[in-house]
Write a protein that binds this ligand. Structure first.
Ligand code: CU
Length: 183
Protein backbone atom coordinates (compact mmCIF):
# COMPACT_ATOMS: atom_id res chain seq x y z
CA UNK A 1 0.00 0.00 0.00
CA UNK A 2 1.60 3.30 -1.05
CA UNK A 3 1.30 6.58 0.87
CA UNK A 4 -1.29 8.03 -1.51
CA UNK A 5 -3.82 5.31 -0.86
CA UNK A 6 -3.15 5.50 2.86
CA UNK A 7 -3.76 9.23 2.99
CA UNK A 8 -6.90 8.92 0.94
CA UNK A 9 -8.12 6.15 3.23
CA UNK A 10 -7.58 8.30 6.32
CA UNK A 11 -9.34 11.26 4.70
CA UNK A 12 -12.31 9.17 3.65
CA UNK A 13 -12.53 7.54 7.05
CA UNK A 14 -12.64 10.97 8.68
CA UNK A 15 -15.39 12.07 6.30
CA UNK A 16 -17.37 8.92 7.06
CA UNK A 17 -16.92 9.39 10.80
CA UNK A 18 -18.22 12.97 10.63
CA UNK A 19 -21.12 11.85 8.46
CA UNK A 20 -21.98 9.22 11.04
CA UNK A 21 -21.69 11.79 13.80
CA UNK A 22 -23.98 14.20 11.99
CA UNK A 23 -26.96 11.88 11.74
CA UNK A 24 -26.89 11.23 15.48
CA UNK A 25 -26.78 14.93 16.38
CA UNK A 26 -29.87 17.03 17.02
CA UNK A 27 -31.06 19.42 14.36
CA UNK A 28 -31.11 23.20 14.82
CA UNK A 29 -34.04 25.05 13.30
CA UNK A 30 -34.40 28.79 12.89
CA UNK A 31 -38.11 29.42 13.35
CA UNK A 32 -39.45 31.10 10.21
CA UNK A 33 -36.16 30.42 8.43
CA UNK A 34 -34.65 33.64 7.00
CA UNK A 35 -37.70 35.72 8.02
CA UNK A 36 -37.22 34.82 11.67
CA UNK A 37 -39.83 35.51 14.36
CA UNK A 38 -41.96 38.37 13.07
CA UNK A 39 -45.37 39.60 11.96
CA UNK A 40 -43.95 41.15 8.81
CA UNK A 41 -44.77 39.26 5.64
CA UNK A 42 -47.49 37.09 7.16
CA UNK A 43 -45.21 34.15 7.82
CA UNK A 44 -47.20 30.94 7.97
CA UNK A 45 -45.59 29.32 11.00
CA UNK A 46 -48.03 26.45 10.84
CA UNK A 47 -46.82 25.59 7.34
CA UNK A 48 -43.23 26.15 8.44
CA UNK A 49 -43.62 23.64 11.29
CA UNK A 50 -45.55 21.19 9.12
CA UNK A 51 -42.64 21.01 6.69
CA UNK A 52 -40.32 19.70 9.42
CA UNK A 53 -40.09 16.51 11.42
CA UNK A 54 -39.02 17.49 14.91
CA UNK A 55 -37.28 15.22 17.37
CA UNK A 56 -36.40 15.35 21.03
CA UNK A 57 -33.09 17.19 21.34
CA UNK A 58 -33.74 19.56 18.43
CA UNK A 59 -33.01 23.22 19.04
CA UNK A 60 -35.37 26.03 18.00
CA UNK A 61 -33.82 29.41 17.42
CA UNK A 62 -36.13 32.40 17.66
CA UNK A 63 -34.51 35.46 16.13
CA UNK A 64 -36.29 38.82 16.42
CA UNK A 65 -36.03 42.44 17.51
CA UNK A 66 -36.60 42.23 21.26
CA UNK A 67 -38.14 45.72 21.25
CA UNK A 68 -41.10 44.45 19.25
CA UNK A 69 -41.41 40.75 20.01
CA UNK A 70 -40.82 38.05 22.58
CA UNK A 71 -41.37 34.31 22.86
CA UNK A 72 -43.81 32.87 25.37
CA UNK A 73 -44.28 29.16 25.84
CA UNK A 74 -47.93 28.55 26.67
CA UNK A 75 -50.48 25.80 27.23
CA UNK A 76 -52.73 24.52 24.48
CA UNK A 77 -55.69 26.52 25.80
CA UNK A 78 -53.66 29.72 25.93
CA UNK A 79 -52.27 29.02 22.47
CA UNK A 80 -55.76 28.68 21.02
CA UNK A 81 -56.91 31.91 22.69
CA UNK A 82 -53.68 33.88 22.13
CA UNK A 83 -53.57 34.38 25.89
CA UNK A 84 -50.19 35.69 27.03
CA UNK A 85 -51.10 36.42 30.65
CA UNK A 86 -49.65 33.27 32.25
CA UNK A 87 -46.89 31.77 30.12
CA UNK A 88 -45.04 28.59 31.10
CA UNK A 89 -41.79 30.27 30.08
CA UNK A 90 -40.75 33.66 28.75
CA UNK A 91 -37.87 34.38 26.38
CA UNK A 92 -36.94 37.90 25.37
CA UNK A 93 -33.30 38.14 24.32
CA UNK A 94 -34.04 38.46 20.62
CA UNK A 95 -31.95 35.37 19.93
CA UNK A 96 -33.36 32.53 21.98
CA UNK A 97 -32.28 28.91 21.64
CA UNK A 98 -34.88 26.55 23.02
CA UNK A 99 -34.08 22.84 23.22
CA UNK A 100 -37.00 20.48 22.83
CA UNK A 101 -36.58 18.02 25.69
CA UNK A 102 -39.71 15.91 25.40
CA UNK A 103 -42.33 14.62 23.01
CA UNK A 104 -45.64 16.34 22.37
CA UNK A 105 -46.65 19.88 21.49
CA UNK A 106 -44.46 22.84 22.36
CA UNK A 107 -46.51 25.96 21.84
CA UNK A 108 -44.99 29.40 21.47
CA UNK A 109 -46.49 32.78 20.76
CA UNK A 110 -45.47 36.43 20.77
CA UNK A 111 -46.81 38.28 23.79
CA UNK A 112 -46.94 41.70 22.16
CA UNK A 113 -50.45 43.03 21.61
CA UNK A 114 -52.07 41.68 18.49
CA UNK A 115 -49.06 39.70 17.27
CA UNK A 116 -50.36 36.24 18.14
CA UNK A 117 -53.72 37.10 16.56
CA UNK A 118 -51.79 38.18 13.46
CA UNK A 119 -50.28 34.69 13.26
CA UNK A 120 -47.08 34.97 15.31
CA UNK A 121 -47.52 31.60 16.99
CA UNK A 122 -45.94 28.25 16.34
CA UNK A 123 -46.62 24.67 17.38
CA UNK A 124 -43.48 22.54 17.56
CA UNK A 125 -44.83 19.02 17.68
CA UNK A 126 -42.65 15.99 18.37
CA UNK A 127 -44.91 13.01 17.58
CA UNK A 128 -45.56 10.88 20.65
CA UNK A 129 -45.54 7.76 18.50
CA UNK A 130 -42.32 7.70 16.45
CA UNK A 131 -43.03 7.62 12.75
CA UNK A 132 -41.88 4.43 11.08
CA UNK A 133 -38.77 5.15 8.97
CA UNK A 134 -39.95 2.61 6.39
CA UNK A 135 -43.75 2.87 6.01
CA UNK A 136 -45.50 -0.32 5.07
CA UNK A 137 -46.51 -0.30 1.40
CA UNK A 138 -49.73 -2.21 2.14
CA UNK A 139 -52.54 0.06 3.33
CA UNK A 140 -54.74 -2.95 4.09
CA UNK A 141 -53.60 -3.44 7.69
CA UNK A 142 -55.56 -1.29 10.13
CA UNK A 143 -53.70 1.29 12.19
CA UNK A 144 -52.73 -0.04 15.58
CA UNK A 145 -53.75 1.96 18.60
CA UNK A 146 -50.65 3.30 20.34
CA UNK A 147 -50.51 3.15 24.15
CA UNK A 148 -51.52 6.40 25.78
CA UNK A 149 -48.17 6.94 27.44
CA UNK A 150 -45.24 5.30 25.65
CA UNK A 151 -42.21 4.66 27.88
CA UNK A 152 -39.27 7.07 27.55
CA UNK A 153 -37.28 4.27 25.95
CA UNK A 154 -39.51 4.54 22.85
CA UNK A 155 -36.87 6.82 21.32
CA UNK A 156 -34.27 4.05 21.42
CA UNK A 157 -35.08 2.32 18.08
CA UNK A 158 -34.60 5.56 16.15
CA UNK A 159 -31.15 6.12 17.59
CA UNK A 160 -30.28 2.49 16.93
CA UNK A 161 -31.28 3.01 13.31
CA UNK A 162 -29.22 6.21 13.14
CA UNK A 163 -26.21 4.30 14.43
CA UNK A 164 -26.82 1.64 11.82
CA UNK A 165 -27.01 4.26 9.07
CA UNK A 166 -23.76 5.75 10.32
CA UNK A 167 -22.06 2.37 10.20
CA UNK A 168 -23.49 1.80 6.72
CA UNK A 169 -21.98 5.09 5.60
CA UNK A 170 -18.65 4.08 7.10
CA UNK A 171 -18.58 0.72 5.39
CA UNK A 172 -19.53 2.33 2.08
CA UNK A 173 -16.64 4.75 2.48
CA UNK A 174 -14.25 1.89 3.23
CA UNK A 175 -15.52 0.13 0.13
CA UNK A 176 -14.90 3.31 -1.87
CA UNK A 177 -11.30 3.33 -0.61
CA UNK A 178 -10.85 -0.19 -1.90
CA UNK A 179 -12.25 0.79 -5.29
CA UNK A 180 -10.08 3.92 -5.60
CA UNK A 181 -6.98 2.20 -4.20
CA UNK A 182 -7.00 -0.99 -6.21
CA UNK A 183 -8.80 -0.09 -9.44
CU1 CU B 1 -44.34 39.95 18.06
Amino acid sequence: MDMGVGCRAVALLLVAMFAGLEVSMAAVYKVGDSAGWTIIGNIDYRAWAASKTFHVGDVMIFEYNSQYHNVLQVTHKEYQACNSSAPIATYSTGNDSITITKRGHHLFLCGFTGHCQAGQKVDINVPRTPLSPTPSPSPSSPATIAPAAPPPSAAAPRYALMGLLGKLGLSMAVFAVFLSGFA
